[in-house]
Design a protein around this ligand. Structure first.
Ligand code: MV4
Length: 449
């Protein structure tokens, strides 16, 4: 096992990893920018290294600075958290070249899943159901028309270098396709320096269902069910839950086994998430994320498994501490993302937190790096906390969420808390009857946003 791990991240996820290290008897190293000298992750780690200026390009995204910090402190492994360098194949490779363990999948697996066409081809070859569409890239409009004729309108054009909703265009007919195809290509070229695009049947009212998988890198893998993350605004998740309110045990077992078998076959190591659109009882692969996700705590809650501990175990060459048969769902968990944002436009709202009081009590987990008097810097993501509740069933989790939100105090800045208080009054949220469009429609109706 490692003696010392460097956490190449900040905020709540850095604390999450430091806590796992502490429980495992592993020393932790925080890295920080000059804007984060007073950040909680710096205080909580055993030691810390300043790796650059406020701009994340020159600090949290600087491979050289982070590798130097490993050499200075003698850290044997790096946990990348989510965002920043967590899905950067070159970073995983550079660490390996320096004899440092990347706590995550291999550079090759990150690379494969980072290119969305290659990811989809790989998924299909491994037996994962995919959205009907083009076989690989679509080089010209004539090919695009041919694909649309075969699968039928509406279609969606996606950039292979995109992902997470970036660089997508929907077309309802041939005329729209011509414009959409050319715009998608030129936008992809500008945004990613890669104009390759692919085409899929556009699913009109799907849910976003993602399967948590975990591999030991030695041909064994398990699944930890699904999370329903359909409540999103501009491709940002705001409310996530596990299990999915409309997924049956039979559907879960079937798609879960397909996913676990697929990642076992490629000797995948560590945590991964296979994202699906779910419509009319069918799963359609869209992307795979090769990192720990923001919303991992809802899965931890219902399975009673510490996913970060398992990441560290398998990265050090150990086996998973559990097998598929040990995984039994206990109750229901919901996470809401608390952002430093002002409603109704979700405009970033950094600044000084006069008072912070975290909710507590049975079934409540608050992951946050806030403290009273902390000044949220304006340079980074607006996520300031995640409130996770666990109950015996969905109604109990919802009631607990309402109670916990009432206890939370973040005084001095605006947050997304009022959004959740309002959502908990909505019959569709209470009944779980929502899809990927529900939140945007509701916001438009509520605020005319
Ligand atoms: C789609 C789709 C409909 N049909 N693909 C958005 C994020 C990226 N991961 C894929 N996305 C979508 N892909 C097909 N073939 C609709 C979306 C989509 C979406 C997906 C999940 C959650 C929220 C969404 C909001 C708008 C569009």
């Amino acid at each position: 096992m490692f003696e010392k791990i460097l956490i190449a991240n900040r905020g709540e996820i850095a604390l999450r990893v430091i806590r796992a290290c502490q429980e495992m008897g592993i020393k932790s190293v925080a890295v920080h920018s000059t804007a984060d000298s007073d950040a909680m992750h710096v205080r909580m780690a055993d030691e810390s290294v300043c790796i650059g200026p406020a701009s994340s390009t020159d600090s949290y995204l600087s491979k050289a600075a982070i590798i130097s910090a490993c050499e200075i402190t003698g850290a044997q492994a790096v946990h990348p958290g989510y965002g920043f360098l967590s899905e950067n194949a070159a970073f995983a490779q550079a660490l390996q070249d320096h004899g440092i363990t990347f706590i995550g999948p291999t550079a090759e697996h990150i690379r494969i899943m980072g290119d969305k066409i290659t990811a989809k081809e790989t998924a299909a070859a491994l037996g994962i159901p995919v959205v009907p569409g083009s076989a690989g890239g679509v080089p010209d409009f004539e090919t695009a028309i041919g694909v649309a004729a075969k699968i039928g309108f509406p279609v969606i054009i996606k950039a292979t270098a995109g992902g997470g909703g970036r660089g997508m265009k929907v077309a309802q007919n041939a005329e729209e396709l011509e414009i959409a195809f050319r715009t998608a290509r030129s936008e992809a070229k500008n945004a990613f320096g890669n104009d390759e695009v692919y085409i899929e049947k556009y699913l009109q009212t799907p849910r976003h269902i993602e399967i948590q998988v975990f591999g030991d890198g030695k041909g064994k893998a398990v699944h930890l069910g699904e999370r329903d993350c359909s409540l999103q605004r501009r491709h940002q998740k705001v409310f996530e839950e596990a299990p999915g309110p409309v997924i049956t045990p039979a559907q879960r077992a079937r798609i879960g086994k397909v996913c676990a078998d697929a990642v076992a076959k490629i000797n995948y190591i560590g945590a991964g998430t296979i994202e699906f659109l779910f419509e009319n009882g069918e799963f359609y692969f869209i992307e795979m994320n090769t990192r720990l996700q923001v919303e991992h705590p809802v899965t931890e809650a219902i399975f009673g498994i510490d996913l970060v501990r398992e990441q560290i175990r398998v990265a050090s060459g150990m086996d998973l501490s559990f097998g598929q048969d040990d995984l039994v769902i206990n109750g229901h968990a919901i996470e809401v993302r608390i952002n430093a944002e002002k409603l109704p436009n979700f405009s970033p709202c950094p600044g000084r937190v006069r008072m912070y009081h975290a909710p507590g009590g049975y079934g409540v987990r608050m992951d946050s790096a806030l403290y009273s008097g902390y000044s949220i810097p304006p340079y980074y993501d607006s996520l300031i906390g995640k409130l996770i509740v666990h109950g015996r069933d969905r109604p109990e989790a919802l009631a607990r969420l309402k109670r916990a939100l009432g206890e939370l105090i973040v005084d001095g800045i605006d947050t997304t808390v009022p959004l959740f208080t309002a959502l908990l009054e909505e019959p569709d949220v209470l009944s779980g009857q929502y899809n990927t469009h529900w939140l945007e429609k509701w916001l438009a109706a509520e605020f005319g946003a």
